[in-house]
Ligand binder design. Sequence first.
Ligand code: F6R
Length: 261
Amino acid sequence: MEVILQPNQEAAAALVARIVAHDVRANPHLVLGLATGKTMERVYRHLVCMHQQEHLDFSLCTTFNLDEYVGLFPSDPNSYRHYMNHHLFRHVNIDPRNTHLPNGMAADLDAECRSYEALIHRFGGIDLQLLGIGKAGHIGFNEPLSALRSRTRVKALTPTTLKQNAPFFGGEEHVPRRAITMGVGTIIETRRCLLLVTGESKAEVIARAVEGPITSMVSASALQLHPRCTVIVDEDAAANLKEKEYYRWIFENEPEWQDYQ
Ligand code: F6R
């Protein structure tokens, strides 16, 4: 795991977008894992800009989103399908047939989860996975106590997550109680992942995930097992990290990061 510090939310999101753009250019057939949420909105804004101004080409890419609420139609303004159309898909040249999210309206949810895993497998696995972190430490909707080897499945949301997502639904009581999510095991098998974390409200949980022990109580801590995970944090979110000087040195000095200065 490596941690990269950026001065603010904007710089952190821009760096994530530049890494995505670099990988899409290097491999136009990239299989991209996507996340939703407030933090990712900035990243998608940057990618849309790069498509419009620098001809970043998504036409051959395939995408798999981490999760979707159970019980929402794709057309529902709170569904993650709607979010992705709104923030990214309709503004770039990705083929909608190549964009995948779990179907939260499937009659047989367990079968839907199994076929989502099979589809990822059929495309050769995910090359680059974007991740955010919830206040309870979730990645995707892998709430506390998610098994470290879990696969795509239905998960009940914790009170912390219901509260975090309540503003989008006009109150906690309207937030769906369950979601389909890639498992921690599914995420750990991706070839590379980028966890973007911004804002002081995430400072405590990201310190536990990155510098604390691996525990299913903080699903994001399982990323310590990932062979190539980069955590990009802004200064507010980095407030509780102990090894900040080391992380700064890496970004400023390691050859891999020279093109991103
Ligand atoms: C959503 C997802 C979640 C969010 C996390 C952070 O697809 O995977 O894990 O990334 O809840 O959400 P924000 O960015 O809204 O704080």
